[in-house]
Write a protein that binds this ligand. Structure first.
Ligand code: ADP
Length: 463
């Protein structure tokens, strides 16, 4: 529910309200903090910097493994400077459809500018910022369009000091050189995993908000958490607190922490240990997308279907290749956009068919979100019957109508997904079984099953 409304006007959807993170919440970083304190000055002393001709960077790149506190630092910069904080994960920019990613970038920066001064935080920038030659195939063009838009937005703010972009990545080495050119993300700050003393400091920061015993031995906990990052250390404190509550005590002890550290460490190894129920839900999710996609000309090329755990990604994915020709022309038809929405909403439809409305899970939340924003783009792009040809500018004051029409489009696609899934129950059940057993299906395995058990749309219908 990112879109909220007040008096019929749209509130910024990427803005984080009530951000009060301060540098004192970030621990164990030594001198790195000084570098970030300088960024705060770019805001607070912008006028002075400008007068003296000091160039204010448009972008800062925070590099380091997940969980070391990159997001936290970016928030602290905004919090200390007292400016607005906007954030998005670049993986949200990466859409199959040309133009969707770029328009999200534009919307993000539009909001940031309207609410300046502000910090824009882009997590996982490598998802769009990968060196162009490195991506082959159809996803590449979309990413290029998104990347280009990002470059344009970055250049627009260069040296002004009212919107500063902070991006995070674990792979600065693969970024497109255009992104790290002077004037863009020309300042790189490396954030390593915390040292022994760093871990002690981080544990202590998180302990501040908890009832700790006076004699807690932080050194002991820090010693046995070699290699862990801030996010894991914060989690240890949480687990210890739960243990304390469970045993009806009022203080967290060293023992609670040591036990919690073991649980956290084991948990990291066990992440792959999902329950059978969870595997089935995931399989249903992915199978639904694959089965619906295979009906559509632009998406019938399913490369693999998987629910295998992947680093940094909770759910598996289906990769459907888009029609190469269309991509080369940088253009898609109205129908293929509708097909896309139908595929993205399919997991939700499947959950309803297989488990019933009162047993719905949230496995489909991410793709449903994609479907919703694609439906909106569809209407805003003037593709819906009701608003054929109307441009975004014309309808800016009719935002409720747009949302209603997007909902109508979404519902149409939903019904279509349901219809396809119901017709293919046998295929779906077989796919779910296979996926739960094998975790991944190759292109061949998938198409064999479709051939054997599938009921595809004879001629692709248009809606
Ligand atoms: P990243 O963006 O590098 O993946 P995050 O900033 O999202 O990491 O960290 C997740 C959570 O872990 C933070 O909200 C905070 O609670 C904790 N954390 C991580 N690093 C630190 C740190 N250096 N000091 C204090 N807490 C930290």
């Amino acid at each position: 529910a990112r879109v909220r409304r007040a008096h019929g006007k749209r509130l910024p959807q990427y803005m984080e309200r009530g951000n009060d993170v301060k540098f004192s919440d970030v621990a164990g970083l030594g001198n790195i903090r000084l570098e970030l304190e300088e960024i705060v000055k770019f805001f607070t002393l912008a006028e002075m910097y400008r007068r003296r001709g000091v160039k204010i960077p448009g972008g800062i790149l925070l590099c380091g493994p997940p969980g070391v506190g990159k997001t936290l630092l970016a928030k602290a910069v905004a919090g200390e400077a007292g400016v607005n904080f906007f954030s998005i994960s670049a993986s949200q920019f990466v859409e199959i459809y040309v133009g969707v990613g770029a328009s999200r970038v534009r919307a993000l920066y539009q909001e940031a500018r309207d609410n300046a001064p502000s910090v824009v935080f882009i997590d996982e920038i490598d998802a769009v910022g990968r060196e162009r030659g490195l991506i082959k195939g159809s996803g590449g063009q979309e990413r290029d369009a998104t990347l280009n838009q990002l470059l344009v937005c970055l250049d627009g703010f260069e040296g002004r000091g009212d919107v500063i972009t902070i991006a995070a990545t674990n792979r600065p080495d693969i970024l497109d050189p255009a992104l790290v050119r002077p004037g863009r993300f020309d300042r790189k700050i490396y954030i390593p995993k915390p040292s022994l003393t760093g871990r002690i400091e981080i544990l202590k920061v998180h302990a501040q908000k908890k009832p700790m015993a006076d004699d807690v031995d932080y050194m002991a906990v820090a010693s046995m958490t070699e290699g862990m990052v801030g996010a894991e250390l914060a989690n240890i404190i949480e687990i210890a607190a739960i243990n304390m509550m469970r045993e009806g005590r009022s203080e967290i002890t060293t023992d609670d922490l040591l036990q919690a550290a073991q649980i956290e460490e084991r948990g990291m190894l066990d992440k792959k240990d999902r329950s059978l129920e969870m595997w089935k839900r995931l399989a249903l999710n992915e199978a639904a997308m694959a089965v619906v996609a295979v009906n559509f000309p632009d998406m019938k090329n399913i490369e693999f279907v998987t629910i295998a755990p992947r680093a940094g990604r909770e759910l598996g994915y289906v990769r459907a290749k888009m029609d190469q020709m269309r991509f080369e022309k940088g253009m898609l038809t109205r129908q293929s956009l509708l097909d896309h929405i139908t595929v993205q909403i399919a997991p939700r439809a499947a959950d309803e068919i297989w488990y019933g409305e009162d047993q719905l899970s949230t496995v489909w939340a991410e793709t449903a979100d994609n479907a919703r924003s694609a439906a909106r783009s569809f209407v805003l792009g003037g593709l819906s019957e009701k608003y054929y040809g109307l441009s975004e500018f014309w309808v800016a004051d009719r935002i409720n109508d747009i949302d209603l029409e997007a909902l109508a489009v979404l519902n149409k696609c939903y019904e279509r997904a349901k219809e396809i899934l119901q017709r293919n129950r046998e295929l779906m059940d077989a796919l779910i079984d296979e996926l739960v057993q094998k975790k991944s299906l190759s292109k061949q395995e998938f198409s064999c099953m479709v051939e054997e058990k599938g009921h595809l749309e004879p001629t692709p219908q248009s809606i």
